[in-house]
Ligand binder design. Structure first.
Ligand SMILES: Cc1cc2nc3c(=O)[nH]c(=O)nc-3n(C[C@H](O)[C@H](O)[C@H](O)COP(=O)(O)O)c2cc1C
Length: 396
């Protein structure tokens, strides 16, 4: 057992916040802040988590049952848990096994993993690592040729759905990354890197594993026709050149011919548009507060969107999930399932696959306990009657 797996197995690690603290000690500040931070003043990042405090429970007491049923169906897949692992770019910076470790942990837990376009591992290897469904998150980086090629590869490899992220016409400005010299560290010359090296050298164990892994790889799933895999250094520029629009959904649907999740919906209008464009599901999301700052928390807009969708397609949500109670509240407000981003990525940064396993287990046992305390035996039965929401939310 390595030191990091011992630390996450400690009985003192009881919440996702404990993992966050371990991750902060294990990886360099630039990597931790990339994972932890948000855009601009981080207003939405904070609000994504805080907003769960506005919703309180209405438990039904003196109710007992043997088994809690946490199972749900997403896009026709039977999942053991009502949470999926969200796409998290550059996961290989957090741990060499990165996306492979996260996908394996998701499969072992009976849930789905969504692989980011900005992955350090080949999509075929990630799919092979999981026994559960794996979805591919698509950015149009590298142009339409690269996108069509990766969609075909994803189909052949057995990916089950495509998640098209619509909130990234350019990358949000994450000020911590600029202060930490993320760009210089990833793409600069030795002299540009120099001022930022002490924080890297202060994490020798991470540095050794990073160097043994071969440093920063090119993006193996963004293969530009005639040129090969896109180097990591081009990501921000490539995103700015590859905004997805509603009209792209038509050709993406024709090329993919499978279910599509539109990720990044924050208004009823965009939800209706996603339905019109043939989406099978949406994820109500502000990208974990990493894109446009000062948009509302995902949970806050969930009721408006659930109402507009009116059961026509599946509604998922992501943003700020750190506890089982957060998951229960999102399900009470109408989400079929949630996506967790940082909650498992802190585990990955803290201890690789072991950390992701434990983060999932914490959320699972949290949710099971929450249902028992609520007096609800089945996640499928959670609804508005189990929560109080602020009066102002009802006015929407
Ligand atoms: C480090 C990091 C990288 C991310 N990379 C992507 C990405 O490549 N594509 C994407 O659609 N969303 C990406 N997201 C957003 C997540 O999929 C998800 O929307 C968000 O993390 C949910 O908020 P939470 O972290 O509070 O759970 C990223 C999030 C983080 C924290």
């Amino acid at each position: 057992m390595t030191q990091s797996s011992r630390s996450v197995a400690s009985p003192r690690v009881v919440s996702i916040a404990d993992f966050r603290a371990i991750a902060q000690r294990r990886v360099p500040r630039s990597v931790f802040d990339y994972l932890d931070g948000g855009a601009e003043g981080e207003v939405t990042l904070r609000e994504n988590c805080r907003v769960y405090d506005d919703v309180t429970f209405r438990p039904r007491h003196a109710v007992a049952f043997d088994q809690c049923n946490l199972r749900t169906r997403v896009l026709g897949f039977d999942l053991a848990l009502p949470f999926l692992l969200a796409p998290v770019g550059y996961s290989r910076l957090m741990h060499p096994m990165g996306e492979v470790a996260a996908a394996r942990a998701a499969g072992n837990a009976g849930t789905a993993y969504i692989l980011s376009t900005i992955s350090g591992h080949k999509l075929e290897d990630v799919k092979a690592a999981s026994t559960g469904p794996v979805f591919y998150q698509l950015y149009l980086m590298g142009g339409r040729g690269a996108a069509e090629a990766v969609i075909e590869r994803a189909r052949v490899a057995g990916f089950s759905a495509l998640a098209v992220t619509i909130d990234t016409p350019v990358s949000g400005i994450r000020e911590r990354d600029h202060r930490n010299g993320m760009k210089e560290l990833v793409s600069g010359g030795p002299f540009e890197k120099l001022p930022y090296l002490p924080q890297i050298l202060s994490r020798p164990r991470w540095l050794a594993s990073f160097l043994l892994d071969g440093g920063i790889p090119a993006l193996p799933n963004v293969v530009i026709p005639g040129k090969g895999p896109m180097p990591l250094v081009d990501v921000a520029a490539a995103l700015a050149e590859s905004a997805v629009t509603w009209s792209d959904l038509t050709w993406i649907r024709e090329v993919w011919r499978g279910p599509i999740i539109v990720k990044g919906v924050l208004t009823a209008d965009d939800a209706r548009r996603a339905i019109d464009e043939g989406a099978a599901a949406i994820s109500v999301s502000n990208h974990g507060g990493r894109q446009l700052d000062c948009v509302p928390a995902s949970l806050r807009v969930l009721p408006e969107i659930v109402k507009a969708v009116d059961g026509q397609i599946e509604v998922l949500m992501d943003g700020g999930i750190r506890r089982g109670t957060d998951i229960a509240k999102a399900l009470c407000l109408g989400a079929r399932a949630v996506l967790c981003g940082r909650a498992y990525a802190y585990g990955l940064a803290a201890a690789g696959e072991v950390g992701v396993n434990r983060a999932i287990e914490i959320l699972r046992t949290d949710l099971d306990r929450t249902l028992r305390l609520l007096g609800c035996a089945n996640v499928g039965e959670l609804n508005r009657s189990y929560v109080n929401i602020p009066k102002s939310w009802d006015a929407d």
